[in-house]
Design a protein. Structure first.
Length: 187
């Protein structure tokens, strides 16, 4: 399968990038082809301007060239995996803007669905699972990201996997990288 791995972190040695690499390595070992979309390095502009605003009366609206390029990159792959740090109990703005602009009306929702049946979101959380459960942040993220975006766009096999405790706990980064490899091997 051809997998587009979308990474949303600007620091080269971030745990997020290491997770993306660990996922890609084991997915490739399994025989998948992996293409990486490195949003920060590519300086993707997350600001949605008028040209990319949906026209609710026209599902065939032609969006900007930048957006059409992203759509084409998705279309030449068969699955999407987004790897991002949890920032304020959600995804970083650059990834949110990528979805705002690219997962657009008429292409990802409305009369059509997102082109991939399989989409995995891998969120790397600084806090531990208990912190999330205490205030239902885990449920909030599932509802907003998995239901609100993936289900809404008709993704049949859509999933949000949160890897907890990047900052809390001594051993956590290793466990997170181990989980990332396991996700790649199981994909
Ligand atoms: C702006 C910002 C907001 C953050 N918000 C959260 C948060 O809401 N919940 C959480 O668990 N961690 C939060 N963190 C911690 C990151 O999730 C953590 O730094 C990241 O997952 C770990 O690795 P990396 O930055 O090296 O990839 C935040 C970090 C930053 C910089």
């Amino acid at each position: 399968m051809k997998i587009l791995v979308v990474v949303a972190h600007g620091r080269a040695n971030s745990l997020t990038r290491q997770v993306a690499e660990a996922f890609a390595l084991s997915a490739r070992e399994k025989g998948h082809e992996v293409e990486v979309a490195d949003l920060v390095k590519e300086r993707f502009d997350p600001v949605l301007t008028e040209v990319d605003e949906p026209d609710w009366n026209d599902p065939d609206k032609t969006y900007s060239e930048a957006v059409r390029r992203e759509m084409a990159r998705i279309e030449r792959n068969e699955a999407t995996v987004m790897v991002f740090p949890v920032w304020w109990w959600s995804m970083p703005a650059i990834l949110k803007g990528w979805i705002d602009r690219v997962w657009n009306h008429g292409w990802a929702y409305g009369p059509r669905s997102y082109p991939h049946k399989r989409v995995l979101m891998i969120a790397i959380a600084g806090n531990g699972r208990e912190t999330y459960e205490k205030r239902d942040y885990d449920k909030a993220m599932q509802l907003q990201l998995a239901t609100g975006i993936l289900d809404y766009c008709g993704v049949e096999d859509g999933r949000l996997e949160t890897l907890y405790g990047a900052i809390e706990g001594n051993d956590a980064p290793n466990q997170i990288l181990h989980s990332a490899s396991a996700l790649g091997a199981a994909f």
